[in-house]
Ligand binder design. Sequence first.
Ligand code: NDP
Ligand code: ZN
Length: 350
Amino acid sequence: MYTAIGYAAQSATTPLAPMSFQRRSPRPDDVAIEILYCGVCHSDIHQARNEWGIAVYPLMPGHEIVGKVTAIGANVSKHKVGDLVGVGCMVDSCRHCEACAADLEQYCLQGPTMTYATPDRVDGSNTMGGYSDSIVVSEHFVVCIPEKLDLASAAPILCAGITTYSPLKHYGVKPGDKVGILGMGGLGHMGIKFAKALGAEVTLFTRSASKAEEARRQGADHVVVSTDAAQMQSVAGHFNFLLDTIPVPHDLNPYLDTLRFDGVHILVGLIEPVDPALHAGKLVMSRRVLAGSLIGGIAETQEVLDFCAEHGITCDIEMLDIRQINEAYERMIKGDVKYRFVIDMASLKG
Ligand code: NDP
Ligand code: ZN
């Protein structure tokens, strides 16, 4: 064991504050990592504030981790000391169920071990995330950061990137498809870039008319202001796919109307009951599909990093001093970040 430091919430109502804690010494299959950068995901806010009802305190968020390997266990072959590596939302899974065998560890039938606020499979300790100076993770759950990528802007690919890439690939988005992205925050702005890179015609749905110009710079061909009924009506029956990153319950009915027959509405932001109720006829009468998707497997996380390196895709980031993390949460809730905060971990020692 060794002493690590980081920022954690002690309860749903207390701000994040510095905390010392123990990290394990590397097990034979472990990689010890000095964290250089960690992205700030809206899930971190949901969890720190127990908005999903599953938080375990102290809760140290952070699952968009980039760093340098400082030590390896005796059986590690995938990484070596000095390598630049990443850790996303998961740090373990059962490794033998049908989902794990299919490289879909996120759907592990026994439940994956998440990077924070989940019991470790070996010692039962509460996992602590990346708002920290270091982390120790089994090598299978550690990916390589391609040399071409800037380290800080690569960090959000570990969650915002894979979460938007995976469903677009799974549902086979192809050139000419019409894809709508709902919400332009951390996930949404990456969704625009990936849908564009896959050859789709991309439309951003946003509450914020002021984001229109910026969305076009991100690669969106069109922008629909979702609060404007006439604009919503103008795209009725238009889309093959919608990728919905809105982080709060919202009315899905007007969005379903914008899908073609056989169109697919993919939820990634919403894990609560749908409210207001869904009109099932909007699915039945046009064979539309309402779907969901959770991050992506480890192999696919490596794939999306390599895809970003190959296609020159990066996240738009705002570098954050960790001492400003609580203010950053407030700004994210207001939609005031372009488009991902990334903590410079040097500020933890500042
Ligand atoms: P951000 O806060 O960065 O972005 C969310 C965007 O949604 C905002 O920029 C805004 O876009 C829109 N939005 C925000 N509040 C509202 C509101 N009240 N009504 C309508 N639209 C709103 O969040 P992230 O991109 O980090 O995360 C988005 C969601 O995805 C979160 O719920 C997060 O927990 C979830 N998530 C899911 C994952 C999965 O595996 N399924 C993985 C990672 C995150 P605009 O101003 O353009 O309208
Ligand atoms: Zn996330």
